[in-house]
Every structure is written in C-alpha cells, then in structure tokens.
Write a protein that binds this ligand. Structure first.
Ligand SMILES: [Zn+2]
Length: 202
C-alpha cells in the first residue's frame, strides 16, 4: 500500500503543478500577448478589422497612406457603435485622389492632417487603451495584397501603450482638422492657408 500511496501523492503533486503552470500566462514577465501578420495576403487587414470590431471605447489611428475600404468601414462601424474614433494622416492625403481619409472625414469621424514632418510615416492604431497595432503595414489594399509588410498586434503592455498614447497626443496636438474632398475630386490642395503654404514641400 505504501508505495501506491507514494505514487498517488506524486501524481497529485504533478497534476497540481501542471494546473498552476496552465493558469500562468504563456509569456514571462508582463503577461502581454503579441501576434504578427506578414503581407502579402497574410491576414493583416482582417486582423485590423477584427480588432476594430472589438473596440468598445476609443480608437486612435495614425496613418501614412489610407486606402483600405474594409478598414475605413470598420472605423465607421465603430463610430456608429459609439466608439470615440480619431484619425491622424500624413499630408499626402490632401493631394492624393479621394482616399479613405476623405471618406472618414466626410462621414464625420474627426480626421486630422499632420504636416510637420517630411512624412508622417507612422501606421498605428490604439484601441481601448489596451491594444496596439503597428508595423510597416499601411492601411491600404497594396499593403494587404502586393507589398512585403508586417503588422504586430500587441496586448497587455500598459507602459508601452502609455508611450504610444503620449506620442499620438503629441502629433495630434500639431495637426490640423481635415475636411474631406468630394468623391469626384481629382487631387489639388485642400484648404490652403498661409501657414501651410509657408511650410509646404521639403
Ligand atoms: Zn507630428
């Protein structure tokens, strides 16, 4: 009997240890969780749309080029659910043909242009103060279908999130509200002002 009890005790210890390990987060340290998507056709657009569909409170976007219809639509649907959505785009969106920045601006989503840099090249989404999406992945059709890109979806890193939120606030702070072009617009300057003209072009 004794050896049997000893074996059973050992099994119990092993089982309990196993449970404890399962309850612990898979990553060491902060308990964060990171996923990566590689374009072309690696699911980056779907990952962005999924993250946006789960948004409950806030979405902050920094985009360089913005031509992805599914992503723009997911932003609009988030806004319709009552999510507080804001978008900061590069100045190139002023002179491009109709882009999704025009769509979001025309749909009443607060959209801003950051023209204080050679290019505002960030591609970032901050969702509910919890999820960071970033990488080389532009929110474009080409980014999904033909470019080599990467997108990280990062959750559970509050200190990192704070840094991204501060950086977003910094850029939005010197950005100008964007009034979208009409759907048939063929480029050209939008709302030129002396200040903007003075610092146009590199
Ligand atoms: Zn800026």
């Amino acid at each position: 009997m004794r050896p049997l009890i000893r074996v059973l005790s050992l099994l119990l210890v092993v089982t309990l240890t196993g449970c404890a390990q399962q309850q612990a987060p898979p990553q060491t340290g902060t308990g964060g969780f990171v996923q990566v998507y590689f374009s072309p056709k690696g699911g980056a657009t779907d990952a962005v749309v999924r993250a946006l569909n789960g948004a409950r409170k806030t979405v902050r976007v920094q985009a360089y080029s913005f031509t992805s219809k599914p992503i723009a639509q997911a932003l609009l649907e988030a806004k319709k659910r009552g999510v507080d959505v804001e978008i900061v785009v590069d100045k190139s969106q002023r002179s491009e043909r109709y882009t999704e920045a025009d769509f979001t601006a025309n749909q009443g989503i607060p959209t801003f242009v950051d023209d204080r840099h050679a290019i505002a090249h960030n591609k970032i989404m901050l969702i509910d103060g919890e999820t960071i999406l970033t990488g080389s992945f532009n929110f474009t059709k080409a980014g999904e279908e033909s470019n080599a890109e990467n997108l990280l979806v990062i959750r559970g890193y509050p200190d990192l999130m704070r840094q991204y939120e501060q950086n977003y606030a910094f850029h939005k702070g010197h950005s100008d509200p964007y009034r979208g072009k009409g759907e048939q617009a063929m480029g050209g300057e939008d709302e030129p002002s002396p200040r903007k003209q003075a610092r146009r072009k590199k």
